[in-house]
Structure formats: structure tokens, C-alpha cells
Design a protein around this ligand. Structure first.
Ligand SMILES: Cc1cc2nc3c(=O)[nH]c(=O)nc-3n(C[C@H](O)[C@H](O)[C@H](O)COP(=O)(O)OP(=O)(O)OC[C@H]3O[C@@H](n4cnc5c(N)ncnc54)[C@H](O)[C@@H]3O)c2cc1C
Length: 290
């Protein structure tokens, strides 16, 4: 006899883990399904949060910074900022997962959700399928927390509502972890219509000697755009630095979904477009909305 869950969460990134933590803390019988072999926003290198970050707690905060250097085409500007931090998203997610466990929730890894169980227009659960194994899982509520990173992400609620991604407003992004970085005191933001149309490029300081350098833009090839940008700008602090890891993704710049639920299903985080279009920041929204 198959089990029935109160809440099944599809996706074990920040939004899904936060939702699973809340639902299990409220006494729900919660199952989180993550398609990859580990929880967390796979490959995320560094995240900057420039708003009220107290909700994060101290543990995932890597460093505070006070200077943002803005590089516009005809203007360089230093901005003093007292509310910006670099966050280790993986550490944040590990703590969220521990809280899910503490409240009696379950997490299954290598469990990709491939479809919804529906009857009479109501979502009744999910179908999972991997390596010749498949299973139907019934739930009172399904939460789509599959993010926005891949073309197939964030589509469960959208399909129930009869929509999809607005491809014209999906920014393509690539980010390198750079080793042997010079001055890593400031955060640098570059507005560069050539390499990053509709988006921007950035250098975020991480631990000493390391930084994340990334780019996002509309209708770009993110790998080529980042290489071209770094090659052309010849940024002093990166003069002797090398990329040692890369992380590619998509950022929806369309703004949040107006409707984040249908019968039996909710969406949260990247899946619900909960990303601030101007900066591409979504971590805090995923945590709060989850
Ligand atoms: C390059 C890049 C840089 C960024 N920089 C910042 C930043 O500096 N600051 C900031 O605040 N935000 C930043 N963001 C945005 C931030 O990463 C996202 O807003 C946030 O990670 C969204 O969390 P999420 O849990 O909704 O989605 P994700 O982190 O994408 O997690 C989704 C999870 O769902 C899983 N999944 C997907 N499909 C399925 C399926 N069918 N079945 C089961 N599991 C599935 C995935 O494996 C993944 O673990 C950045 C994003 C990118 C791409």
C-alpha cells in the first residue's frame, strides 16, 4: 500500500529545503525529492546578499563587505554599503537539511520528479523515475521547488496553469571560481552592454585569494561571454588568477509569478520566479518564501 504524504517537495535547493523545514516543523509528514546525488544548489560558487540578511543566521555568512565598485561604460563609482554579505549557499542548505531531519522529514536523493499525478484537475502527487526504477507518490500538496537553472526546471506549476518560461527574459549565466585573486576587499559590478546585454558581470570576494567572477545576460552564450569579458577587461585583481570551477545557470528576469499555486500544488523560489530582476539575487527570497 503506497504511503501518502502531507507535503512532497520537488527539489532540494534553498527553496525546497526551506519549505520542507517549515512544513515538517509544523508537524506535516514531509518528503523532499532531489534529482541529483546531493542536496543543494549544485555548483553554486558564491552568493551575495545585499539586503536584510539576519534571517540567514551567522553560520552561512562568509564575509561582510562595505565597498561596491560599480563599473558603468563611462563612469566608475564606489558605493559604501553596510548591509551586504557573501554567503556560502551550500552551508546554508546543509543546515536547512539538518533541520528537516530534526523535525522528522525525509529526503530522497537521486529521485527526479518526472511528472505530476492528477485527477479532476487537482494535483494528487508526483511520479519519480530513475535508472529503470519508477514510483508514484501521493501527497496532499506538492511543492515545485525545482528552480530555474535548467530549461526543464520550474515547469510543474507553470504547466498546470498553462504557461512556461518567458524565454526572452531568461538570462543565461556562467560563473567561475577564481584562485589567486589579488585584492578581494570589494565587490565589483560591471554594466557592459557588449558582453552582458540586459544583465551584468560581477566579481565577489570569497575566502582569502578566491573570488567568484560571473556574468549574466539576455541571448548570450554565457561561457563565451564570460571568457570574452575577462579577456577584454583585463581586471587587475584577476591578473594572476585562474578559473578552477564553473557553474552555469539561468536566471528568470521576468519577476515573480503572479499566481504561485493551483489545486494541490505550490511553487517557490526560482521555480516561482522569485528573483530580483535588477540584480539576479534570489537566495533570500527562496529562503523566506520557502
Ligand atoms: C550563476 C548564478 C549566480 C547567482 N548569484 C546569486 C547571488 O549572488 N545572490 C543571490 O541571492 N542569488 C543568486 N543567484 C540566484 C540563486 O542561486 C537562486 O535564486 C536560488 O538558488 C534559487 O533556489 P531554488 O531552491 O529555488 O533553486 P535551485 O537552487 O536551482 O535548486 C533547485 C533544486 O531542484 C533540483 N531539481 C530540479 N529539477 C528537479 C526534478 N525534476 N526533480 C527533483 N529535483 C529537481 C535541482 O537539482 C536543485 O537541487 C544566482 C544564480 C545563478 C544561476
Amino acid at each position: 500500500m503506497p504511503e501518502k504524504w502531507d507535503v512532497v517537495v520537488a527539489g532540494g535547493g534553498t527553496a525546497g529545503l526551506s519549505a520542507a523545514r517549515s512544513a515538517s516543523a509544523e508537524g506535516g509528514k514531509v518528503l523532499l525529492l532531489e534529482m541529483s546525488a546531493q542536496i543543494g544548489s549544485t555548483g553554486q560558487l558564491g552568493n551575495v546578499i545585499s539586503s536584510d540578511f539576519k534571517i540567514l543566521g551567522k553560520r552561512p555568512v562568509v564575509r561582510l563587505f562595505r565597498e561596491i565598485e560599480l563599473h558603468a561604460p563611462h563612469r566608475e563609482l564606489s558605493v559604501n554599503y553596510d548591509r551586504a554579505v557573501v554567503v556560502d549557499q551550500r552551508r546554508l542548505e546543509e543546515h536547512l537539511a539538518a533541520a528537516v531531519a530534526e523535525h522528522g522529514g525525509e529526503i530522497w536523493l537521486n529521485a527526479p520528479v518526472t511528472g505530476l499525478l492528477m485527477s479532476d484537475g487537482v494535483v494528487r502527487g508526483v511520479h519519480i523515475e530513475a535508472g529503470g526504477w519508477s514510483e508514484n507518490i501521493e501527497a496532499e500538496v506538492v511543492i515545485d521547488a525545482t528552480g530555474a537553472r535548467g530549461e526543464m526546471s520550474g515547469l510543474f506549476l507553470r504547466h498546470v496553469l498553462g504557461g512556461g518560461w518567458n524565454r526572452d527574459l531568461l538570462a543565461f549565466s556562467n560563473e567561475y571560481l577564481m584562485a589567486n585573486v589579488g585584492n578581494e576587499k570589494s565587490v565589483d559590478i560591471f554594466f557592459d552592454a557588449y558582453s552582458a546585454p540586459g544583465g551584468h558581470a560581477w566579481i565577489y570576494p570569497l575566502s582569502k585569494g578566491f573570488a567568484a567572477a560571473g556574468i549574466n545576460g539576455l541571448r548570450i552564450h554565457p561561457d563565451a561571454a564570460l571568457d570574452e569579458f575577462l579577456g577584454r577587461r583585463k581586471i587587475k585583481k584577476l591578473e594572476r588568477a585562474l578559473p578552477i570551477a564553473a557553474s552555469r545557470g539561468q536566471l528568470p528576469l521576468e519577476g515573480p509569478l503572479y499566481q504561485t499555486h493551483a489545486d494541490g500544488i505550490l511553487a517557490v523560489g526560482g521555480a516561482a520566479g522569485q528573483i530580483y530582476p535588477l540584480t539576479g539575487q534570489g537566495l533570500l527570497y527562496s529562503l523566506k518564501c520557502g
